[in-house]
Design a protein around this ligand. Sequence first.
Ligand SMILES: Nc1nc2c(ncn2[C@@H]2O[C@H](COP(=O)(O)OP(=O)(O)OP(=O)(O)O)[C@@H](O)[C@H]2O)c(=O)[nH]1
Ligand SMILES: [Mg+2]
Length: 314
Amino acid sequence: MNEHNTRAGFAAIIGAPNAGKSTLVNRLVGAKVSIVTQKVQTTRFPVKGVALAGDVQIVLVDTPGIFKPRRRLDRAMVRSAWGGAEDADAVVHLVDAQAEIAVAGGRATGAEKKSADDVESIVAGLKGAKRKAILALNKIDVVKRDNLLGLAGRLFETGVYDEVFMVSAANGSGVEDLKNRLAELMPPSPWLYPEDQTADLPSRLLAAEITREKIYLRVHEELPYAATVETTSFADAKEGSVRIEQTIFIEREGQRAIILGKGGQTLKWIGENARKELTEILDRPVHLFLHVKVKENWAEERGLYSDLGLDFDV
Ligand SMILES: Nc1nc2c(ncn2[C@@H]2O[C@H](COP(=O)(O)OP(=O)(O)OP(=O)(O)O)[C@@H](O)[C@H]2O)c(=O)[nH]1
Ligand SMILES: [Mg+2]
């Protein structure tokens, strides 16, 4: 690799909750670096993934969804999403085309309407920030092409975008074109990460994220938002295996029964599925031990925010 010809930089992916930002980052990187669920507000802090396009290294910054925040954690998540965009060499605003088209057609669900409202406030934010973004319409695998052109035109008229891409993060269509364009936008620079590195989350945090993903996949309503996962111990064990201990913090004693499930089935499912995935990611046998603790104010503890790289005072 000739250092003088290399380019490298940051591309932030911003958008409303559930637009598919983490799915897109994983797709661009070609590996799972950020957790994905069907629920809104899955990503809580900026997660970096490294994609390569020839001599160019694109550091993708997956951000929490931008929405109207209420809790401190929500405010910190939204602040960090905009922060990720400020410092980036390119900003991609990813929009759930399916939700937008449903709203335009007058047959939207509450979640789709919320998504469209969030898109509007992101457009307003981009106007205020006086910087152009790339518009990427996502989920084109589930919408009609005619509807897409109208949507692209309508959003483009806001004046905050300089180009449009249409992609499906889920099946990869259009993603290569977007990646090539991002590569062109990266400035001349030595690479920022070693050639073989795709993610930069510390193992303990990655392990906690995987378990949190399983909670989001298995448990519904308010509980996922009332839970956080902390890795308390991560140690080499016998025969090349690793022993991981984690605590799932919940806010109220009454939530314990929900996370445990009947006869402990729910917690067992979470543990088994997290262990399986960690075994694949770490490429070694994993022994995973989960504990559940009530800590009413976990979302008000300063330490959590600094661990995740979030601002507490927002
Ligand atoms: N049909 C379809 N579904 C998609 C596509 N991309 C993502 N999804 C689904 O959309 C949901 C949300 O995906 P995520 O990647 O977690 O979305 P996000 O924008 O990171 O969400 P937050 O982290 O909550 O802001 C998941 O159920 C994905 O499988 C796509 O191209 N097509
Ligand atoms: Mg996400």
